[in-house]
Design a binder for this molecule. Sequence first.
Ligand code: ADP
Length: 624
Amino acid sequence: MPPFLNTLIRRLARPSVYVYVTVLLMVLGWIVGQSVSERAGMTQLSAMTLERLELYSNTLDAELARHADLPGLLATDPQVQALVQSPQDIKLRAQISRTLARINVRAGAMQIFIAAPDGQVLASSDGAQSTQSPPPPRLREALNAGRPHFFAADERAASLAYYLLHPLQSEGGAAATLVVKVSLAPLEATWVDLGLRSEGERLLVVDAQGVVIMSSVPRWRYFLLGRGSGAARDSERAALRASGRYPADAGFEDMGIPAEALESPGDMPLVRMPPLEAIQKAGPVLMPQERPLVPLGLRLIALSDPSGVRRQARYAGWGGAAFGAFAGVLGLYLASRRRALRQLSQAQAQLQQAHAQLERLVDARTAQLRSTNEELKHQIGQRVKAEDELVQAGKLAVLGQMSAGISHEVNQPLTAMRALARNGLLLLEAGRHATVAENLTAIDAMVERLGLITRQLKTFARKAEQQEGAPVTLLTSIENALLLVGHRLREDVVTLKLDVPPALRVLCDGNRLEQVLVNLFGNAIDAMHGEPQRLLTVGAAASDDGRVRVVVDDTGRGMSENLLPRLFEPFFTTKPAGEGLGLGLVISSKIIHDFGGTLHAQRNNGGGMRFEFDLPALQDSSDV
Ligand code: ADP
């Protein structure tokens, strides 16, 4: 597509353009509607006027033809013939006058008279002595020209009269003329009446000289066709006045219809007419149309009023403008719709694009999350493994610490058992069976104690598999732990103070709880080593919230305040190398945490340390 077409289409898509286009279409619609309607209306008006002109001309023809045969008929009358022969016969003239008066009334003419060639009236329907009505020059002129009829103003009737002539021949030639005078005033009065009623149409009868001799507008009578000024027009008027055809007071004012306006009827020209009344300033603008009345030498002019047509044309113009507005608005609507559809499809495409992008993003993110999850799982697995290993390492460390004490613990009964056994052999030889039995019972008790110690060691060293809590009697766990550190308590002469209700039971793994307690007791004994006062206090109590709180107090060296926060850090130890690993408290804290409790450390009032932890209490003894 060429670039200018693209630009045009883009411009057309703008709503503001449609406002201009709509206004343009309205103006165009107005012009077209108005002009087409006016043209059609004027053509119709012209056709109707021409039809009516035909009708008017027929009426006029009929009116004039009504008396056409009357002069000829009267001329054949024997009395009239006789008068021609003896024109000065007074008696005959009076007799003929009476006859003419009778016929005049019956025929409905205005006057019938017989005139001598010199113009003298020989007989008349008005009476024998009547003067001649038409001006003699006009009559003579008509007679000389051999015209059978003519029009002339009738002074008496103040209107136009139509004269019909018939020469009366005597043996010596033309002796007189018979004249029938017909008044056109009644016909004109009908036209005036018609013009007043219809208001739309005016009618003029114009003679060969261009003078209006009959008119539906009385004021226009004796106006002169055309318009002009100067000597030529003045002399034309003077000649008309001198012709004697018109009343002496005829003004011959400008009628204003130029001759060329009537030449081509198809043109439908509009002419500004003289005012209808003398007081008016301007006359109406009318459309003149002409029909010649050839035999009479007259022109019938109809003036039709185009204002109705113009009104109709205005309505049609508004109709056209409305149509233009409708077309413009329709165009705007279609363009807006097209734009909206285009925007919609664009938005849909963008939405789809965004959707696809989002899906890709979600896929990528899911994959990333999955891999992060895998990584996390892996790390958690490693951590759990590491923690297990740490716990195990802690146990081994405690075991290492305890091994000296344990060997001492085992060696003692072993030495005692060897002594008892040897003693028993001697007693057997001596036959002291009862004492041998006592020795064996003592050995059995010692084996039992050794078995207890080894069982403890076995369970302590084993990795805990059972994670869920089981009912454990707290005092038993504490005593088992004390058993493992018992030799150290004795070595350092530590006073033990136990304040644990025997019925107190908790939910946890007993072995791991003992591991925690052994660690805490061991640390306390270490801290009290070489101290003047050595008191290990172990207390426990159940609280209302279903927990059991265990408190281990010592009177050892304690710790400086600034080191307290580092207590649960892995590998934090103050013990000499080879003695402490710095893992005991980390592992203990983890175990307590696994039981759903928390291990806290703080300095106690005696300057030593207090370790405190909580465990879920076993509420109902029936659970066991
Ligand atoms: P280790 O005993 O192997 O050093 P622990 O985690 O059990 O590891 O203890 C870390 C450190 O905490 C000890 O080295 C010690 O300094 C301090 N500590 C622990 N218990 C006590 C206590 N009851 N009194 C004073 N210091 C203590």
